[in-house]
Design a protein around this ligand. Structure first.
Ligand SMILES: [Zn+2]
Length: 102
């Protein structure tokens, strides 16, 4: 892929499955996980903590009332587009920090 295509391709955050363009992860980081993953302005972090290997996509408009959100345990996350599943995992210590168990 060219750099331009790469910037436009949707990527999924490995922490919360939030979907946005790679260029948006670079510009803003992940709206749910930025405190831990700190992807803003870091191409390396974006490549490590997001992936293009995800399946599906669902829009979560109002998290608490959406059955999809409950099903996906996203009820505490911001509205947006989320991947349905993703096989790539965060490093264990990052996932533990996100889960609040670190
Ligand atoms: Zn995230």
């Amino acid at each position: 892929m060219s750099l331009k295509q790469e910037a436009k391709a949707l990527r999924a955050c490995k922490g919360c499955l939030f979907l946005q363009k790679g260029s948006d992860f670079m510009a803003r980081g992940c709206p749910n996980c930025e405190d831990v993953l700190q992807m803003q302005q870091s191409r390396d972090a974006v490549e490590d903590y997001t992936t293009t290997q995800f399946e599906g996509g669902a829009a979560i408009i109002k998290p608490p009332e959406s059955w999809v959100a409950r099903f996906m345990r996203l009820d505490r996350k911001i509205p947006g587009m989320y991947a349905m599943s993703c096989s790539a995992k965060l490093p264990a210590e990052k996932q533990a920090q996100l889960d609040g168990t670190a």
